[in-house]
Design a protein around this ligand. Structure first.
Ligand SMILES: CC(C)(COP(=O)(O)OP(=O)(O)OC[C@H]1O[C@@H](n2cnc3c(N)ncnc32)[C@H](O)[C@@H]1OP(=O)(O)O)[C@@H](O)C(=O)NCCC(=O)NCCS
Length: 191
């Protein structure tokens, strides 16, 4: 009798564990995986508030979201990098803001960030956007052709070092007629 009860408890226990695991893992979405990558990438960043993943969750639901410009980099099916471009206003023009860009620490310095930026620019251009602004490491973004946005008199709504607020034209002369203070989506909480 004890043996039968033991087997019964074992089978029921295993079944419970199986159902719990299945439920837990089937609930993990691509958005969760992306947020995990963002959190891990920014963990040692001194200029970070470590809330970039929360911002992304808000932006994904916002009017500023463009699904073609939310891009992941994968290695063996695993998300290892992510980039997001969202709509911003400068006067009556719509540009894009690049934020965030994140690559898992173990996968950094292998060209993943570069390929995400370049792919994003290509798609943005195909979609008809004129330019992108970014607040970030000048040394990194100038590799892609970003220059201080002050060159076009495009200004960040908060005070930041001139060289850290950058812009790029997606085709020659695209930003020529555009100037003013960038109006970020309200989710950024900076306007
Ligand atoms: C910044 C980050 C996205 C770069 O991604 P990555 O995949 O390591 O970058 P890549 O390998 O594509 O590097 C491209 C080039 O930039 C250089 N580079 C990489 N990280 C750099 C940095 N932090 N500053 C300056 N240059 C950098 C690389 O050496 C490489 O140069 P090369 O083309 O002359 O060889 C990544 O380090 C990261 O996720 N950092 C934490 C989050 C963060 O800071 N995001 C950006 C916010 S502004």
């Amino acid at each position: 009798m004890n043996v039968i009860l033991g087997i019964l408890f074992f089978v029921l226990g295993s079944l419970a564990v199986y159902i719990f695991q299945k439920k837990k893992y089937s609930k993990t979405t691509e958005e969760d995986l992306v947020c995990e990558v963002i959190q891990k990438a920014f963990i040692r960043e001194k200029h970070s508030d470590h809330n970039e993943h929360k911002l992304v969750r808000e932006l994904l639901k916002s009017d500023a979201f463009i699904k073609e410009l939310s891009l992941t980099a994968k290695f063996k099916g695993m998300v290892v990098g992510y980039i997001l471009f969202t709509k911003v206003k400068v006067g009556n023009q719509t540009l894009l803001a690049l934020a965030p860009l994140a690559v898992l620490p173990k996968f950094q310095k292998k060209g993943i960030g570069k390929s995400l930026v370049e792919k994003g620019h290509k798609i943005a251009k195909e979609l008809g956007y004129k330019g992108v602004v970014v607040l970030g490491h000048p040394e990194y973004y100038k590799k892609f052709g970003y220059e201080p946005a002050s060159k076009w008199e495009i200004k960040c709504p908060i005070e930041v070092p001139d060289e850290a607020f950058m812009a790029i034209e997606l085709y020659p002369g695209a930003l020529k007629e555009i100037s003013g203070i960038v109006e970020y989506p309200k989710e950024f909480g900076i306007n």
